[in-house]
Design a protein around this ligand. Sequence first.
Ligand SMILES: Nc1ncnc2c1ncn2[C@@H]1O[C@H](COP(=O)(O)OP(=O)(O)OP(=O)(O)O)[C@@H](O)[C@H]1O
Length: 265
Amino acid sequence: MTQTISEATPTATTPVDTGFAVRLDQVTKIFGRRGGTPVLDGIDLTVGPGEFVCLLGASGCGKSTLLNLIADLDRPTSGTIEVSGDRPALMFQDHALFPWLTAGKNIELALKLRGVPREQRRAEADALLELVRLGGAYGKRVHELSGGMRQRVALARALAQAGDLLLMDEPFAALDAITRDVLHDELTRIWAETGRSVVFVTHNVREAVRLAQRVVLMSSRPGRIAREWTIDIPQPRRIESAGVSDLSVEITDHLRGEIRRHGRA
Ligand SMILES: Nc1ncnc2c1ncn2[C@@H]1O[C@H](COP(=O)(O)OP(=O)(O)OP(=O)(O)O)[C@@H](O)[C@H]1O
């Protein structure tokens, strides 16, 4: 999937090269009239195949806007976004499962939309439930599942989609700390097992350092890439480990600097 937008030629669609999962070139987003203050301004970002990148920034800096643009839910005012392969899979803080369907049927719906034949769907849904350690939950309805289990089903449903790129917008923000910690371990394992590329939005610095190979810090008003860190602490990491803590302190200092610069508490 490729969308190309420029000031001069607001058209698009060219074949996609390999070597990246998503590539953004000078992406700018202005809501409302052209000439207004951009929410995003000249974003250059490439995420490699199989790479895990966390987008970090203060509330309102444009993280979700950037994710929506990559997901093709909205269009940039200018700049280019190229996604290699199928439409990315999405996962949000709200699990967005259909409450009238079972866990298994929620996953099967995604498989159906992907074109998986009916006779293969049950086995694939069971395999995905096993992957997120919910084997046996096929027949459970959403209200029977805990918050953590719902997010596991939502992750399985995202993995049922065709895209190799998984876009995650604060998927664990509403969970308690212990459940979140467990799901960090699970996501790290599933990422390694499936080879997906992940762009994960959070404003939790420790979560970013716990998960990512690369942390990208965004500035606010306008949203720009302020700084990046490559995280080479071996996985699986512990959120309370010295390595994660030390780097989190350093990144938090930079995040605070960005917030001060824009006069936000
Ligand atoms: N559809 C829209 N129309 C107008 N303004 C918008 C729209 N969507 C987002 N914005 C504005 O763009 C800015 C960035 O919003 P966005 O949700 O991307 O930030 P964020 O970094 O994800 O914030 P948070 O961490 O609080 O979720 C905000 O000022 C928001 O009000």
